[in-house]
Write a protein of this length. Structure first.
Length: 135
């Protein structure tokens, strides 16, 4: 194979073909990036359009009850109780309250469900008090 390539005549069109091939690859790469960005933009628009309907949908509605013994998550099909001993930590970030379990699960409560910022702060303080009490 090496002998054949050494014995062949020099190809004058090689550089022209290599240039066209490089341009074609660059164009395909650019088209791929553009399609990736377009997909992201379209998906964000669809999610924004569906956001209100998803928040009001009874099928996906979840109720979270907090008391001094456990956290209860209630849906149309199931009810789950998580005892405070199983909770690792909680924090507030970006308008949400995150409650992390020792099993690497997480309960997320959006702060928009509370009547005021003070009520969200009171619930967060209650959660932290229960975590500290049950360690």
């Amino acid at each position: 194979m090496l002998q054949l390539s050494l014995q062949t005549a020099p190809d004058g069109d090689f550089l022209a073909r290599a240039k066209m091939f490089s341009i074609a690859l660059l164009v395909l790469f650019g088209v791929g990036l553009a399609l990736f960005k377009l997909y992201d933009v379209v998906m964000n628009k669809v999610m924004q359009k569906q956001q209100q309907a998803e928040q009001e949908d009874e099928e996906t509605l979840q109720k979270v009850k907090l008391n001094r013994f456990f956290i209860e998550i209630i849906t149309n099909t199931a009810s789950v109780k998580i005892y405070w001993e199983k909770v690792k930590e909680s924090y507030r970030k970006g308008g949400f309250i995150f409650i992390h379990m020792r099993s690497d699960n997480c309960v997320v409560i959006p702060e928009r469900v509370f009547a005021s910022a003070n009520e969200a702060a009171d619930v967060f303080d209650f959660i932290n008090a229960q975590i500290a009490q049950n360690r």
